[in-house]
Design a protein around this ligand. Sequence first.
Ligand SMILES: [Zn+2]
Length: 135
Amino acid sequence: MDGTELRITIMNQLEREELVTRLEALNQAVIKWSAIYHGVGVDKGRSDCALCQKYLNNRRVCADCPVRKKTGLPACDDTPYQEWAIHFILDHWRGDGPYEVSCPECRRLAYKVLKFMYQLYLEEKYGEKKRILAN
Ligand SMILES: [Zn+2]
């Protein structure tokens, strides 16, 4: 039994279901950003973000999103995603997108988002900070 299984064992059913869906949403975010980084995926903002689909309510407050819990801020403020979004506004503006890697800076920023999401996934899954990727 690893640490995740132990934590799940002592949780109640609702907490357990929430953790499973949260991990699944984070996993989907990692998959999305891996595809974008490798040039085979696009970013459609909140409409194709599994975390937004789960946590963004009608008032758009990102309540309980692990990204918001990490930063204390809504709408991915102060995250690598904000850097990615600003880069597109300044250098590749095309309205609502979708956005994909279009230059070396895009690729660098997509990698930062991927690392950020993967780090969050590891923290949620193992309940502690695990840094396995170098900066
Ligand atoms: Zn670019």
